[in-house]
Ligand binder design. Sequence first.
Ligand code: 2AM
Length: 185
Amino acid sequence: MRLFAALMPPPEVLDEVERAIAPYRAVVPGLRWPDRATWHVTLAFFGEVPDRVLPELEVRLARAAARHEVKGLALQGVGAFPSVPRGRVFWVGVSGDPLTRLADSVRAGARRAGVEYTDAKRFHAHLTLARSRQESDLRPLAEPLADFSGSPWRAEAVHLVRSHLGPPVRYESLAHWALAPAGRG
Ligand code: 2AM
């Protein structure tokens, strides 16, 4: 099954993003805007994982989550991969904790569980808002939203999510594990 690990920002934070982007959804034609119910911050993408790996993957993810405290996060700023003038993936950024240590730990745990990890992209925390089939100039979208700054939030848990390829793509949270409580980190 196709799996990834993610953080889920709280609904009130997603409300802020939804309100901020609403006036700009149509400024660049041809973009696909995934349903808000699918919004997440990916920590690691595992690709196709054999069923037999799942029990050990769950143990390792629980351990990685319990070892990390994630302090003050906020959704802030927007950008695009590979770049705003030639964008394919339009996202809102994550400020505060860079999440790199947690993401590294999740990936290392997955590898030890037997996930053949192939995603070599450098980790860059983000929440995808829109996708384009071709590279598109996303400046009309990115410029007015450059100063977007959401309320601070605290990540509570690491989620293991199954991706059912669509269309439409559907995500199913299989399990989640609490991050370390505040002050222990
Ligand atoms: P994205 O949001 O930047 O597209 C589920 O597909 C999640 O895993 C998405 O958030 C996606 O990031 C991320 N992901 C990372 N590498 C991926 C890959 N090679 N294929 C599909 N999704 C990937």
